[in-house]
Design a protein around this ligand. Structure first.
Ligand code: DGL
Length: 254
């Protein structure tokens, strides 16, 4: 029913999932990707869980209706936290891969260390995150660091602006010298990783889960004999139509 040449759909509220698509392209260079950013409704991170769930289901439905899709990568921690089970129930035959904050990776790298997790409000308040956190925080401290407002700046292409630098400084100054690792638990944040790393200094490892999601997607496709090694292709579409978001997404992809 699925064909090797079908698309791998990559979904996010906006341009954030491009950081995951970059990893996917490294691991699966011969695949055809369709990237869908729901920028008409971004950001998701300050909405109610119910709203994020229904927006995510609506976006997924649009993608699978408009394109032949063999896998759906939910390249958004917020949408994964709110809707991954619903998506798996709705598309029981489809490969559905989500992303969650890379707490395990940070814990493996820094046994007994202090770990910060920067993510949206929705991701940090969902039960799924508490379950993840409780798996690892018995012998270490895990700090939740919500960053409302940062996604908006990145969506506007202002990740390197003075405004973004001031925002990050205010948010992260209390953690300077205190963290062994900072997990970027929102797919938008890798686009400002260099600024975060510069603020926290070399003593803090800054990491995210995009690579793991890409490897998991490859594993799931291989398991079903659905890997494709063709020319490699990326389509970028947005719920807001062709415009600033699609341009920014293409720029960030390079
Ligand atoms: N990129 C999304 C994530 O990984 C969230 C962005 C938003 O708030 O819309 O959580």
């Amino acid at each position: 029913m699925y064909s090797k040449t079908d698309y791998i759909a990559v979904f996010d509220s906006g341009v954030g999932g491009i950081s995951v698509l970059r990893q996917l392209r490294k691991v699966l260079p011969g695949e055809r990707f369709v990237y869908y950013g729901d920028s008409a409704n971004a950001p998701y991170g300050n909405r109610s869980t119910e709203e994020v769930r229904s927006l995510t289901l609506a976006a997924a439905e649009r993608i699978v209706t408009d394109f032949p899709v063999k896998a759906l990568v939910v390249a958004c921690n917020t949408a994964t936290a709110a809707a991954i089970e619903d998506l798996r129930a709705q598309y029981a035959d489809l490969i559905v891969v989500g992303i969650e904050p890379a707490v395990k990776l940070a814990a493996d790298h820094h046994p007994g260390g202090n770990i910060g997790v920067m993510a949206t409000r929705v991701t940090l308040r969902e039960e799924k995150f508490d379950i993840l956190m409780n798996r690892f925080n018995s012998d270490r401290s895990i700090y939740k660091i919500p960053a409302p407002g940062l996604v908006e700046l990145i969506e506007q292409g202002k990740g390197d602006s003075e405004e973004a630098q001031i925002f990050l400084k205010e948010l992260l100054t209390p953690y300077i010298g205190k963290l062994d690792a900072l997990v970027l638990g929102c797919t938008h944040y890798p686009f400002v990783k260099h600024n975060i790393q510069a603020l926290l200094g070399p003593g803090t490892e800054v990491l995210h889960g995009g690579e793991g999601t890409a490897r998991e997607t490859k594993r799931r496709l291989a398991e079903r004999g659905l890997l494709h090694d063709g020319e490699g292709e990326v389509l970028v579409i947005s719920s807001a139509g062709e415009g600033a978001m699609t341009e920014l997404a293409r720029r960030l992809l390079k």
